[in-house]
Write a protein that binds this ligand. Structure first.
Ligand code: NAD
Ligand code: UFG
Length: 341
C-alpha cells in the first residue's frame, strides 16, 4: 500500500495539507519534532477526516529514524514542510536555520534516494525572489538575494534540489513558492498557533481581536503604496493545501526527472490596513492599532503571478477575503489559547 510522507505535518500548513490528503483517501505518515507545533493538531485532523495518521515524533536530521520509517512504509512521495520559519529569529540564530532547514533537507533527500522515493514537494517561499525583484513575481525571473538567513535557506534548498535532479534523472521536485498564507480550516478546529508573540500579521490581528494583546502595531505607513502600508498576496491556507495536492498529482504523472517552481498565491495584493479593515468588517470585532516605524527588511509590495500553477497544475485559489477573515476568527475565538486548551 502506498503512503505519502509529510515532514512537519503537525504544523500550520502541514496539518491543513494532511487533512486534504486524508479527505481524498490517501495514507499519510507524518514526521515532526513538535519544535513549533502540537500533536493535538493531528488529533483534530483525524477527527475531521475520520481517518488515522501515522505519526513519528522526531527530527528529519535523525537519519536512523528516517531509515526506520522508510523501511516500514512504501512511499510514493514526500511533502517537505519541516523547517524553522521565523525571519527575525534567523538573523540572530543563522546556524540553527542553516542546520535545520538545509542540512535537514539533505538528510531527508539522502534517505529518499536510498529508498528510491523520487517525488518531492518542497515548501519554498516568495522570499527567494529577493529584494530587487519587481512584482508580480513570476517563476521565469532570475532569483534574487533574500535578506534573511531564513530566506537564504529556501534559496539554497531550491538550488540543492536542482543539483540532485541533474544528478538523478528519476528525481522529481516541485518547489512551491508560497506567498502569505492566512486563515484556517472552515471547521475552526485547526489553525495557526504561533509560539509567543506572533511575528506575522494575521495571527497578531486575531490575538488582538480575542483580547490577548492590546493593539496591533502597523509597521510603517509611508510606503509607496495606495494607503502607505505594505501590500502582500494573502492566500487561504486551505487553497494552499489544495495546491500541494495538485502539485503531487502533477509530479507523479511526469515521465522524467525535473525540478519546477510554482508560485502559490492569488495574484491580488492587499495592504495591512485593508486586512485590518476587512477583519473588522467580516467579524464585527474591533482591532485597535497604531502606526509605528517600519520593520527592517520589509518590502513595499509583492504579489504572485500564479498563471503557471493554473496552467500546469490546474490549480487556483478560490477562497475569498471574507473566507480568510471569518475562518481566522472561527479558529481564534474557538481556541483563544491555540491547541493549549
Ligand atoms: P510551522 O512551524 O507551523 O510548521 C513547520 C513544522 O515543522 C512544525 O510542526 C515544526 O515542529 C516542524 N519541524 C521543524 N523542524 C523540524 C525538523 N528538523 N524535523 C521535523 N520537524 C520539524 O510552519 P508553517 O507555517 O506550517 O510552514 C511550513 C513550511 O512552509 C516551512 O518550511 C516554512 O518555512 C514554509 N513557508 C511558510 C510560510 C508562512 O508564511 N507560513 C511562507 C513561506 C514558506
Ligand atoms: N505587519 C505589521 N504588524 C505586525 C506584523 C506584520 O504591520 O505585527 C506587517 C508587515 O510589516 C508586513 C505585513 O504585515 O508589511 C505582512 O507581514 P508578515 O510578517 O505577516 O509577512 P511577510 O510578508 O513579512 O513574510 C512572509 C512570510 C515569510 C516569507 C515572506 C516573504 O511570513 O516566511 O513572506 O515571502 F519569507
Amino acid at each position: 500500500m502506498n503512503h505519502i510522507l509529510v515532514t512537519g505535518g503537525a504544523g500550520y500548513i502541514g496539518s491543513h495539507t494532511v487533512l486534504e490528503l486524508l479527505k481524498l483517501g490517501e495514507n499519510v505518515v507524518v514526521i515532526d519534532d513538535l519544535s513549533n507545533s502540537s500533536k493535538e493538531s493531528l488529533n483534530r485532523v483525524e477527527t475531521l477526516s475520520g481517518k488515522a495518521v501515522t505519526f513519528f515524533e522526531g527530527s528529519i536530521l535523525d537519519q536512523d529514524l528516517l531509515v526506520n520509517i522508510f523501511s516500514q512504509f512504501s512511499f510514493s512521495s514526500v511533502i517537505h514542510f519541516a523547517g524553522h520559519k521565523a525571519v527575525g529569529e534567523s538573523v540572530n540564530k543563522p546556524l540553527s536555520y542553516y542546520h535545520n532547514n538545509v542540512q535537514g533537507t539533505v538528510s531527508l533527500v539522502e534517505v529518499m534516494e536510498k529508498f528510491n522515493v523520487n517525488n518531492l514537494v518542497f515548501s519554498s517561499s516568495a522570499t527567494v525572489y529577493g529584494e530587487g525583484a519587481k512584482p508580480p513575481y513570476i517563476e521565469t525571473q532570475t532569483l534574487g538575494c533574500p535578506t534573511s538567513p531564513y530566506g537564504q535557506t529556501k534559496l539554497m534548498v531550491e538550488r540543492i534540489l536542482a543539483d540532485v535532479v541533474r544528478s538523478n534523472s528519476d528525481f522529481k521536485v516541485a518547489n512551491l513558492r508560497y506567498f502569505n498564507p492566512i486563515g484556517a480550516d472552515e471547521s475552526g478546529q485547526i489553525g495557526e498557533d504561533p509560539n509567543g508573540i506572533p511575528n506575522n500579521l494575521m495571527p497578531f490581528v486575531a490575538q488582538v481581536a480575542v483580547g490577548k494583546r492590546a493593539e496591533l502595531s502597523i509597521f510603517g505607513n509611508d510606503y509607496a503604496t495606495e494607503d502607505g502600508t505594505c501590500e502582500r498576496d494573502y492566500i487561504h491556507v486551505t487553497d494552499l493545501a489544495q495546491g500541494h495536492v495538485a502539485a503531487l498529482n502533477w509530479l507523479v504523472n511526469q515521465a522524467h526527472g525535473l525540478c519546477e517552481a510554482f508560485n502559490l498565491g492569488t495574484g491580488t495584493p492587499y495592504s495591512v490596513l485593508k486586512i485590518v479593515k476587512s477583519f473588522e468588517q467580516y467579524t464585527k470585532v474591533k482591532v485597535p492599532f497604531k502606526f509605528v516605524p517600519r520593520r527592517d527588511g520589509d518590502l513595499d509590495a509583492f504579489w504572485a503571478n500564479a498563471d503557471k500553477a493554473a496552467d500546469k497544475l490546474n490549480w487556483q485559489a478560490h477562497k475569498t477575503m471574507q473566507d480568510m477573515m471569518e475562518d481566522t476568527w472561527r479558529w481564534q475565538s474557538n481556541n483563544p489559547n491555540g491547541y493549549n486548551a
